[in-house]
Write a protein that binds this ligand. Structure first.
Ligand code: ZN
Length: 61
């Protein structure tokens, strides 16, 4: 059984957290900046980011 995170913890983990599509680096940035393309991955310099997935994959079979 998966432990459910308290809402405040989930907010901290997922709000404004983005993942680099190329190298999977995590970074925190405001949505407006990401959308404007101002955020780049600090590792690979890509600006392809996705939101951190809020649920783990592969739990529903
Ligand atoms: Zn990257």
């Amino acid at each position: 059984m998966a432990k459910k995170l308290p809402q405040i913890v989930a907010d901290r983990l997922f709000t404004n957290m983005y993942i680099c599509v190329k190298c999977n680096a995590k970074m925190r940035a405001p949505y407006a900046k990401v959308k404007a393309g101002k955020i780049r991955c600090r590792k690979c310099n890509s600006n392809k980011l996705r939101l951190k997935a809020k649920e783990r994959r592969g739990q529903k079979v």
